[in-house]
Design a protein around this ligand. Sequence first.
Ligand code: GLN
Length: 285
Amino acid sequence: MTLQVRQALTAATAQLGERVDAEVLLLHVLGKPRSWLFSHAGDVLDSDVKLAFDNLVERRSRGEPVAYLTGVCGFWSLLLEVTPATLIPRPETELLVELALARLPCDAACGVVDLGTGSGAIALAIASERPQAQVIAIDASAGALAVADGNARKNGIGNVSFRCGDWLSPLGDERVELIVSNPPYIESDDPHLGRGDLRFEPSTALVSGRDGLDDIRQIIDDARRHLQPPGWLLFEHGWQQGEAVRALLQNAGYAEVFTAQDLERRDRVSGGRWPAGCMRPGDPR
Ligand code: GLN
């Protein structure tokens, strides 16, 4: 039986409840841009294309994220490879990039660290906008770093280096002007972990202890030993964690502590500057 593109899309949309997912998956199998659909809706699908498309639609209907099925995701101005070793970059994380760029010189060298880089999204977006910055992208997962390294090559970005290790430990005694991170921040018993894309993403990139703040606490503490004074620490967090993370930053001695809201007007990124005006005895240098 022959099947036209439009018929295949109608059937897949009925199965998935989402036309855009059906289109993205079919175009991925065909290797065509979206504009192709306008003039080819009556084309007959080859049987091997139909088979591959059916397979992806079936996997999507069982919940696998579209980005893992196609292996790519757009972030900032970049097209990134993503695999189940990496979190899928979220649009709201672009806020973190904007806030970082606002604090970096346009035409001078500076050092930046991205902690838990995953696919490299944040590090590569910053590096692409600030060619004179040297960006160090750190992740505890060698699998994620391989993906991030490949993304740097594919996007022709040469000012990012990659290091494997736990948070700031690969830095030794180096200091930089800016540390950014989208760390795990979901509470370990959050019911959302059993729904949607989160079920398929690496839990090490999502979950951080009972209150979701274990990794943020560590980053706030340790960043003080790696910021070139007065350097900025900026990180993403959950929309109900703004007040708690501002208190953590203030208690750790950061100045200019703030929270910024995403497009849905939810607390999403907080940060502060180290050190505050005067150093106190016992503060790490
Ligand atoms: N923003 C993601 C979500 O809740 C979580 C990402 C993270 O833990 N860093 O879907």
